[in-house]
Design a protein around this ligand. Structure first.
Ligand SMILES: Nc1nc2c(ncn2[C@@H]2O[C@H](COP(=O)(O)OP(=O)(O)OP(=O)(O)O)[C@@H](O)[C@H]2O)c(=O)[nH]1
Ligand SMILES: [Mg+2]
Length: 397
């Protein structure tokens, strides 16, 4: 299963624009709230430094592509409806969209840093983006709390049966969040609580819901519309605010990314996603050239449009994922002579045996040993892999 990144935020912040820019899809974008109702799933890419050049080779990716040693590895991106305060009580489109996000491994909260949309996504001026950051966390926490409460009811209704364990019942109820009983138990203990919900106050329950949410839905913030006048001021103020220093912010202009990709498709210029520069190929009408020069200034100032950066910060830094290439000790080609056709995104701390299972369950079941192709040495099942390792699995299957 490829990793899935979910885009969340109130209406009109640019979730669909970010989604289109990253996936080159064409879902509707508009300045009125609730433009998006049904969720969309598309393919986006994260950049990985390709391992083939380290072996003096050029790769032949089966999926995605590679440009001058930068491999673009696919993952799934999900665009959903906007949410407004009170969604958990049914306001706006309610929390139907939250179900659409269940499968996301990590979230990007898209925040409108221009301050030109109010808390419900309607046009305004001078809105403080901090309000949006706060309310979204609260809405997510309320959603988790509701499901946690259901889990507690479930446990209490079974309490007089034998062998009923709190953490098992809660994990079962919250299974859509990709959690398990060990994680739940650990979080309960970390909160300083006993394994008995009767002893928990309302605050304890809220705190536990929040910590389960943080653990199972890590999130970063994409400060979008950074190309607008007011955004720079908001950026400075918020990134210097100690109350928000625990969050990860990436400055983004989804507009700029979309403009560059469109121009690249039309061969007006050459642009590779995430780059801090682009080359214009032809003479352009003055208006168009001016627009592109503005984007050039933006990416020079911020290092990029931020779309790639946001995806990669979410996946690699926040979720803790690394890239591993299946290879062979006698050469990097597969049976068709394709060099390093695959690149897998796997959790940090994955072992050689985990990696075998990621490639195919048969390989995992028949695991004998693996070979670290960079050092040409045998490694065992429990050996922890590193980012950009090239690994051959030796299996009896
Ligand atoms: N200046 C600027 N405007 C942007 C940017 N990204 C999106 N917008 C504008 O913001 C408005 C809302 O964009 P959408 O992508 O439809 O927003 P959304 O978050 O998907 O909205 P809903 O589907 O209603 O929840 C549109 O008018 C976009 O053109 C950006 O990077 N800069
Ligand atoms: Mg939308």
């Amino acid at each position: 299963m490829p990793y899935k990144i979910g885009l969340v935020g109130k209406p009109s912040v640019g979730k669909s624009t970010f989604f289109n820019a990253a996936t080159m899809n064409t879902v509707d974008e508009a300045s009125y709230p609730f433009t998006t109702i049904e969720p969309s799933v598309g393919e986006a890419y994260v950049r990985v430094k390709c391992a083939a050049p380290d072996f003096g080779e050029e790769c032949d990716p089966r999926v995605g592509y590679c440009h001058e040693g930068t491999r673009y590895v696919p993952l799934k991106l999900v665009d959903v409806a906007g949410l407004i305060p009170g969604a958990h009580e049914g306001k706006g489109l309610g929390n139907k969209f939250l179900t659409d996000l269940n499968e996301a491994d990590v979230l990007i909260h898209i925040v409108d840093f221009s301050g030109e949309t109010d808390i419900e996504g309607e046009p305004t001026e001078g809105h403080d983006p901090r309000e949006d950051i706060d309310f979204l966390e609260e809405e997510l926490d309320m959603w988790y709390l509701e499901i946690l409460e259901k889990g507690i009811d479930r446990y209490e209704s079974k309490m007089n049966q034998q062998d009923v364990k709190l953490e098992e019942e809660l994990a079962e109820q919250m299974s859509a969040f990709k959690t398990n009983k060990n994680e739940i138990k650990q979080l309960i203990l970390q909160e300083g609580l006993e394994l008995d919900p009767d002893s928990w106050s309302e605050e304890d329950r809220e705190g536990l819901a929040r910590s389960i949410r943080k653990e199972t839905k890590p999130m970063i913030i994409a400060a979008n519309k950074m190309d607008t006048e007011k955004a720079e001021e908001n950026w400075r103020e918020i990134t210097e605010d100690p109350d928000y220093s625990h969050l990860d912010f990436v400055p983004v202009s989804a507009h700029a990314e979309k403009a560059l990709k469109n121009a690249d498709e039309q061969d007006v210029l050459d642009y590779f996603p995430g780059d801090s520069e682009f080359i214009i190929n032809e003479d352009l009408p003055e208006e168009k050239e001016k627009g592109l020069e503005k984007i050039r200034e933006f990416i020079e100032e911020y290092g990029s449009t931020g779309v790639q950066e946001a995806l990669e910060t979410a996946l690699f830094d926040k979720l803790g994922v690394m890239a591993v290439f299946p290879g062979g000790a006698d050469g990097l080609g597969d049976e068709h002579g394709n060099i390093l056709p695959d690149c897998f995104l796997v959790p940090e701390e994955s072992t050689a045996e985990d990696f075998a299972y990621t490639i195919h369950s048969d390989l995992g079941e028949g695991f004998l040993h693996a070979i670290d192709c960079r050092e040409n040495r045998q490694i065992g099942a429990e050996h922890k892999l590193d980012d950009r390792d090239v690994i051959e699995i030796v299996s009896s299957n």
